[in-house]
Design a protein around this ligand. Structure first.
Ligand SMILES: Cc1cc2nc3c(=O)[nH]c(=O)nc-3n(C[C@H](O)[C@H](O)[C@H](O)COP(=O)(O)OP(=O)(O)OC[C@H]3O[C@@H](n4cnc5c(N)ncnc54)[C@H](O)[C@@H]3O)c2cc1C
Length: 391
């Protein structure tokens, strides 16, 4: 260890991971397991309570009904991984994506892509929907799609905690500090990072997994990530009537709802969706009455008499370019590995992304799921890989 120019200590680490949320912790988890990797890892995470991390504020749901094959593959591995972690309390239950007549062609198109990817999504026309889900108001619906397996929900915070605990048992070091600055070795290589606590670390690879904090860090390496913080409110409510076999329903209004134990949670699609300040976690209470309740009561008449019992707000790291993640090395800075822009589906993908980046570091290439389609170069080329099913 050497003293650095600010008087703090400087050390050399093979892999620095900026951000110890689910994604950063999953990268560390798969590196620690990989016998081909014998290097050192430091996870830099300023908040061990994860108060504002998206991984602690998510709706913890997992699906296969995406429009991008890579998202399907990542969730498939995520599902297998979650099944092996009892602490997360994985519940198997379908998503039900509803469509009006106007939305039917897109739903059909997504289903045929999902079939090509091995997902047995099923289309049900309104009458059949009503038979399967008798509590659903289908008058204005053309159809809905669900699956028989491989979708559901889990405790996202428990996933994060289990990954971190497993890492610490294996000797992965979590440093309670914030990356302030990325030091460039040359214009095309990260040399290391400087920390808020005054220390510094040199590294071979920097994994940028700092959620909504990633954009400002990436800019220091000359990488302009089109990823911004977008607020999402989640409301918890009780319903006196029973809603049997309720899946995670995605309504035509953009609202989603699902059971959570004896209660329900829901999230309305915001009308305006501005970038928000990184510290703004105030719940927009008015959204329940203005957006959520009318849509809930319209779709499920039994929801006319619900009682809100809680709410929270969290931030999506939202990729405004194409709503898919940026993963892996940047052409312009090959030792900067991105894991950003998950746009609301990053928790289920954390195991798959963690394994992919660990493979890249250990072998110089992806061995299981090829995440190259998520590389940053698509943004540089202005060739979006759009995910249409963003919830
Ligand atoms: C309301 C809501 C509902 C969601 N629902 C789902 C869902 O149902 N299914 C799903 O798959 N996904 C869902 N998501 C998305 C999912 O939560 C995220 O995609 C995922 O948690 C991202 O994980 P992460 O580790 O990249 O980010 P985070 O969990 O945000 O972790 C980033 C970490 O980086 C740290 N950090 C920030 N700046 C720095 C810095 N300068 N230096 C070092 N560390 C730093 C932070 O302290 C934080 O702990 C939801 C998100 C929200 C907000």
């Amino acid at each position: 260890m050497m003293e650095n120019f600010r008087g703090g200590m400087s050390e050399s680490v093979d892999v620095v991971i900026a951000g110890g949320g689910a994604v950063g912790s999953a990268v560390a988890y798969f590196l620690a397991q990989n016998s081909a990797f014998a290097g050192t890892v430091a996870v830099l995470e300023p908040d061990p309570s994860y108060e504002f991390a998206a991984s602690a504020r998510s709706a913890g749901s997992i699906r296969r009904q995406f429009s991008t094959p890579l998202n399907i593959a990542l969730s498939e591995f995520g599902w297998q991984f979650l099944r092996s972690v009892p602490e997360v309390g994985l519940v198997e239950s379908s998503y039900l994506l509803l469509a009006s007549q106007a939305g039917l062609p897109a739903l059909r198109e997504n289903i045929s892509l999902q079939h090509r990817c091995g997902v047995q999504a099923q289309l049900h026309h309104a009458k059949e929907l009503s038979r399967r889900y008798p509590w659903l108001q289908v008058g204005d619906l053309a159809a809905g799609a669900d699956t028989a397996s491989g979708e559901g929900w889990f405790d996202g915070y428990a996933l994060l905690r289990s990954l971190r605990a497993a890492n610490e048992r294996r000797g992965v070091r979590y440093v309670r500090d914030r990356v302030l600055h990325i030091d460039m070795h040359a214009t095309d290589a990260v040399g290391g990072v400087r920390l808020a606590g005054g220390g510094a670390m040199q590294c071979r690879y920097l994994v940028l997994a700092a959620g909504t904090g990633s954009r400002s860090l990436a800019l220091q390496a000359g990488v302009d990530l089109p990823v911004f913080a977008r607020k999402r409110n989640v409301f918890v409510f009780e319903c006196a009537k029973e809603i049997p076999r309720c899946p995670l329903v995605v309504d035509t209004s953009g609202l989603w709802f699902r059971p959570e134990g004896e209660r329900f949670i829901c999230g309305p699609a915001p009308e305006a969706d501005p970038d928000v300040a990184l510290g703004d976690f105030e719940v927009d209470d008015g959204q329940f009455d203005a957006l959520a309740w009318p849509a809930l009561a319209h779709r499920v008449p039994a929801f006319e008499a619900v009682r809100v019992t809680g709410a929270w707000a969290g931030h999506y790291d939202y990729n405004v370019f194409d709503q898919n993640a940026f993963v892996g090395p940047c052409d312009a800075v090959p030792n900067l590995l991105l894991a950003n822009g998950f746009s609301g589906h990053g928790l289920q993908q954390a195991p798959g992304i963690g394994r992919a980046l660990a493979e890249f570091i250990a072998y110089g290439k992806y061995r299981t799921i090829d995440v190259t389609p998520f590389s940053y170069s698509r943004y540089a080329r202005q060739e979006p890989l759009r995910e249409h099913n963003v919830i």
